[in-house]
Design a protein around this ligand. Sequence first.
Ligand code: NCD
Length: 352
Amino acid sequence: MTRITILSTVRSPIPQLKMTTTVWQRRHVLGLADFTPGEYDTVLQTAASFQEVLARRTKKVPALQGQVIANLFFEASTRTRSSFELAAKRLSADTLNFAPGTSSLTKGETILDTAKTYLAMGANMMVIRHRDAGVPQTIAAEMDRLDTRVGILNAGDGQHEHPTQGLLDLFTICSLLNFEYPRLGLLAGKKIAIIGDILHSRVARSNIWCLTSSQAEVHLAAPPTLLPKWFGEIVNDESSGIPRRQLFIHSDIEPALKDADFVMTLRLQKERMSAHLLPSLREYHQNYGITRDRVKLCQPDVKILHPGPVNRGVEISSDLMDDPNFSLIPQQVTNGVAVRMALLYLMGSGSH
Ligand code: NCD
């Protein structure tokens, strides 16, 4: 069975299979903390359709022709920025790119005024990355206040969230479990370990919201200085609307890795560390690095993810990172384009 063809609409390829997809209502995607299972399945299914488009000879669809997408990256990025740009181009949108070092920010313009400049040029959506948590939310609130209908996509804000990374990680795992019909339900009973600098990681936060929305067991392990105890309390709070989130916290790596189906390892984000939280990188690798010996604790067919950029030999041993039997790192990058196409498409073609 093949996936559907996208021209200007996305149709369900599997009417006989019960999916929990939902009609898209969001103008902005700022985080995954309040995403519903139906929204996850909608993104997964739409991304699967775009994955099929990207496998064709002509990899472009006219879905967002005439729309303008501004990529406002106030912080460094390689893969997220390029992936958003390619996703917008594959949807036939016009893209505007902004680099803080060569922009009017250097002349004292505020971030809100920068956003309003792109608004005046006709931007329909803005993709925003900033080193401070809350900047995409502030711009979204201003766009709503001005009654603009401009959609804001968070491409990573401080230590808060990185929703498209969480969604592309989810898609990478689910499409490995079922390439034709990736969906949240496939994670039931799976064990996923997230290892590393959880304190400073917006990727970890988005992934925790996302993965604990399924029936997967999510195990976190990090040195105590990089894994606050309150993490568990916030995520397990049932007022978030999703009961029975299964989140477990460890200070040793072994119980987290034991029988894991997927291991997600995170970069040590030294630029966000305000104090000496680790004795040395060597000791960190000894205690928390993902190595061939350590993967023996996991399921035999365990797969390893990393959002990149990687510090080779610190969070993961170099040879394991390059071993296609274990590493899903290249697939994560590839899948990022289809997932970002899905989000831009859903946000840009609705009536929200
Ligand atoms: C991450 C980020 O910027 O949050 N990278 C990414 O977007 N792929 C993770 C990191 O910087 O370590």
